[in-house]
Design a protein around this ligand. Structure first.
Ligand code: FA5
Length: 378
């Protein structure tokens, strides 16, 4: 900065001469106009408006002027700086707009390009269907209950009123994992361990663990020593339902079954019960649902055969009944006060009927070509 100067004439100070200020301004405007991108504009901005730019240095000279000269010099420098800042802002927004337009073109995605990524996996239709069935009951207020697949024999059989000599316990039906009490592999309670042969042991677990009333639905994987063929697999899925409350009757069971098939197959569906035997329900029944394809029209009508129900009009779903009081007692529930109903059916068989799948082996071979037509739910 120049030394204080009593008889100062701003025009005499080189940096404050009008033509000098104009030159500084014009150089700045030219530099901004010449900047081809935002990076160059940033450099021009630093050079022409920064702390060491010619106009900033000229501005500092004003402080050394006598009072009477400050106003005029200040006005001249101020106007020049104002013009420079305005030009800078205009060029800045021009270059930003150019950049945005360029990015839109350069980064656009051609959605018509051929699909060449690895296809994502698909959830197995057994899983999605089992969840759909469970959802029907969750919407009615039921809770999901689960149990282990390697299950104590006591839960799988004894608590469900299977006598020790019940044929289902024999080696041809059950996978035994650990020996019973006294053997070298019994669990802590002395009960042997089996791969559960059905989801019914979850009934016992739910009754022992929960407060009454109990309304649970139990989807899960089960195991039997069946050969893999068109209608059997050694590993399959069941869904079990248990309701225990005061005053439940067989008509509650029937109404619940009807609601389920109507939710899954349509409002004109219904079920029927046929007498059967299960150790853990009394009375017990086999539950059938109206064939959702022919709705019974194929029965006795050779002109209209139905492959889905083999022209029988009904499709067998699984077993059901009123919970045997012996099971309630084994779970510490007073059968004088409480009653309950339960049912369980196989998901694989249900899916076969629903989609006219002829061979159960297609479901278990983990071939995505089977899974894909059911939709790519992930
Ligand atoms: C039971 O497993 C009973 N726990 C059902 C039950 C629950 C009855 C509650 C009463 C109250 P069942 O052994 O019938 O019942 O088997 C039920 C269903 O499992 C059958 O209807 C069939 O759809 C399916 N299933 C049985 N074995 C196989 C198999 N090897 N492969 C595929 N599905 C099977």
């Amino acid at each position: 900065m120049s030394a204080p100067n009593k008889s100062y004439d701003p025009v005499e100070v080189e940096a404050l001469k009008p033509e000098e200020i104009e030159r500084m301004r014009d150089e700045a405007l030219a530099a901004f106009a010449a900047a081809a991108d935002l990076q160059q504009l940033q450099e021009a901005k630093t050079a022409h408006t920064g702390g060491t730019s010619p106009l900033a240095l000229a501005n500092r000279e004003i402080g050394a002027l006598p009072p009477q000269a400050k106003a005029e010099a200040g006005k001249r420098v101020g106007q020049a700086r104002g013009a420079v800042n305005k030009a800078l802002a205009v060029r800045q927004s021009e270059l930003e707009a150019e950049r945005d337009a360029r990015v839109l073109v350069e980064e656009s995605v051609d959605v018509t390009l051929p699909y060449d990524r690895t296809p994502p996996g698909a959830r197995h239709p057994l899983t999605t269907f089992m969840e759909r069935v469970a959802d029907v009951f969750v919407a009615m207020g039921y809770e999901i209950a689960e149990g282990p697949e390697a299950e104590a024999e006591w839960f799988n059989f004894d608590a469900l009123n299977f006598t020790p000599d019940h044929p289902a316990r024999q080696m041809q039906d059950t996978f035994f994992v650990q020996g019973p009490q006294g053997g070298d592999a019994a669990d802590e309670s002395g009960s042997g361990i089996v791969l559960r042969t059905h989801t019914s042991p979850v009934q016992v677990r739910a009754l022992l663990a929960r407060e009454l009333p109990v309304y649970v639905v139990c989807p899960g994987r089960v195991y039997r020593t069946d050969e893999l063929d068109a209608t059997h697999t050694p590993v399959f899925h069941q869904i079990e339902l248990l309701a225990v409350d005061e005053g439940l009757t067989m008509s509650d069971l029937k109404g619940t079954l009807d609601h389920m098939v109507q939710s899954l197959f349509g409002p004109d569906m219904k079920t029927r019960l046929r007498p059967n035997y299960f150790p853990f329900t009394e009375p017990s029944a086999e539950m059938d649902m109206l064939c959702y394809v022919c709705k019974g029209a194929s029965v006795g009508n050779p002109d209209r055969p139905c492959r889905t129900c083999s022209s029988e009009g009904w499709i067998e779903l699984g077993g059901c009944g009123m919970v045997n009081p012996r099971v309630l007692i084994a779970c510490g529930v007073d059968p004088e006060k409480y009653s309950g109903f339960a049912f369980g059916f196989g998901i694989e068989r249900m899916l076969m009927f629903r989609h006219n799948i002829e061979d159960m082996r297609d479901m278990v071979e983990a071939d995505v070509r089977f899974t894909r037509p059911f939709g790519m739910e992930i």
